[in-house]
Design a protein. Structure first.
Length: 458
């Protein structure tokens, strides 16, 4: 381990944990060991954590006490993971309507982190996570990056969404963390050939050993590098893509452009790390030390057999602040039968269907990434303030974009103008941007769950 990298892993990360009161490194050390456990031992741990969580939910979480009583269930009725089926599924709507009741009465609200999700689904949601959950999920993410060849402390680059409206304090804090951990952030909201060219120059200067990001923007980088024959002055150990399915053509382009392997990762904002591809690329390993994943029939919620596609329903085992038990991710996937030659016994699932995040092409040649809109809603505090249920963005012409919003309350004129101004900055003055409030957003004729719709030829 090189000196600087060693200092970051052994000094900076423990210091960050100490200052923030988190336990990421402790979890990582544990996960580095548990990844080699046998399946029985892993399942024992999972079951033990599940029973503790159910008992906690019964004693401290008003929503679950009510739900358990409604189905005539006591915590001791859950002895094995299969017994979870007695508990009704938790939907987006359930969370939206029961936010306060889902927060544990034994946890101080000030100790919880507030998150917004929905950047990939068009259904924004506010929820809370405790420090244990964030530490566990980050550590599981670090372990997943290690499977891509990355070692904590090495230079990495992220092609990721940056905050749209944020306080100076928040921005400074994030910047300090990035400097301390040698992380280069490249904003991915609107990308053009010029911006990608500048960013590649920056990467050539920074020389990262690992790259991660949303699949589509990362692919745009790969395509640009290949098309223009750009000479890269760094060698990546691996690329990790997430938030959207990684298509074969994207993987192949990235492998050629960056001359390294590409690893798919699945997670959702509500629960984070759920599946990671290892060096054998046989599927995504599920970190069952921290989650329980079910694949259910879309119609009757019964478990589907291995290899069959079903709705992904996840229980997070570490979030006591706001337990999510049998949470419906609204994604589709399947569990796989195969053993992985990597010798890890963590079960495998297949890549996920759904969550295709479309992009918007702007008259100036920029490409605006769909994930931008949910961050704009959250940064303006609209999701909670106006009870945003769902939204859809339609590009009707190159210079005309309409955002349709279904919400509990309609924003006042001043907030509406601020929101329009904010989006206008990103789409440019030549684009007419309108916001419409409607009662219900219809499903597209294709039945696809896309929330960014482009009616122009790309
Ligand atoms: Zn494996």
């Amino acid at each position: 381990m090189r000196f600087q990298q060693s200092v970051i892993r052994n000094v900076v990360y423990p210091l960050l944990d100490f200052v923030s009161g988190s336990t990421e490194l402790r979890y990582l050390k544990f996960y580095e060991k548990s990844q080699w456990w046998g399946l029985d031992k892993l399942k024992q741990l999972q079951e033990w954590k599940l029973k503790r969580l159910i008992s906690h939910a019964w004693n401290n979480v008003p929503y679950y006490r009510r739900v358990f009583k409604a189905v005539n269930m006591r915590p001791e009725d859950v002895r094995h993971v299969e017994d979870l089926e007695k508990i009704p599924i938790l939907t987006h709507e359930n969370v939206r309507h029961n936010l306060a009741g889902l927060v544990s009465a034994s946890t101080s609200k000030s100790s919880l982190f507030r998150f917004q999700t929905g950047g990939t689904t068009g259904h924004p949601l506010i929820l809370f996570k405790d420090k244990n959950e964030t530490s566990s999920s980050m550590a599981s993410l670090y372990r997943g990056w290690e499977w891509c060849g990355y070692e904590i402390g090495e230079k990495m680059a992220q092609i990721w969404g940056v905050p749209i409206v944020a306080s100076r304090y928040k921005l400074l804090k994030e910047r300090l963390r990035r400097v301390a951990t040698r992380d280069t952030l490249i904003g991915s909201w609107n990308l053009s050939d010029d911006k990608i060219e500048q960013a590649v120059k920056r990467l050539n200067k920074e020389k990262p050993t690992f790259l991660r990001g949303y699949a589509s923007p990362v692919y745009l980088f790969g395509r640009f590098i290949e098309k223009n024959g750009i000479n890269l002055k760094f060698h990546l150990k691996g690329i990790s893509t997430t938030a959207e399915p990684l298509f074969d053509f994207q993987r192949q382009t990235l492998e050629r452009a960056f001359n390294c392997e590409v690893f798919d990762q699945y997670g959702c904002g509500e629960i984070n790390s759920i599946g990671f591809e290892c060096e054998e690329h046989t599927g995504l390993h599920v970190p069952i030390e921290r989650v329980h994943v079910e694949f259910l029939d879309e119609k009757d919620n019964t478990p589907v057999s291995k290899g069959k596609t079903g709705r992904i329903v996840v229980t997070s085992l570490d979030n006591y602040g706001m337990p999510l038990i049998r949470y419906d991710t609204d994604d589709l996937g399947a569990s796989l039968n195969d053993c992985c030659p990597c010798n890890r016994k963590l079960p495998l699932m297949d890549a996920v269907v759904g969550r295709v995040i479309d992009m918007i092409r702007l008259p100036n040649g920029d490409i605006l990434f769909g994930g931008f809109f949910v961050i704009a809603l959250e940064d303006m505090n609209w999701i909670e303030k106006y009870g945003i249920i769902q939204f859809q963005v339609v590009q009707q012409a190159l210079n005309r974009i309409v955002m349709r919003i279904q919400s509990l309350r309609t924003p006042n004129a001043r907030d509406l103008e601020s929101f329009r101004d904010l989006v206008q900055k990103y789409v440019g003055e030549s684009v007419a941007f309108d916001v419409e409030f409607i009662d219900e957003i219809s499903v597209s004729a294709s039945g696809k769950r896309r929330y960014i719709i482009s009616e122009i030829d790309n």
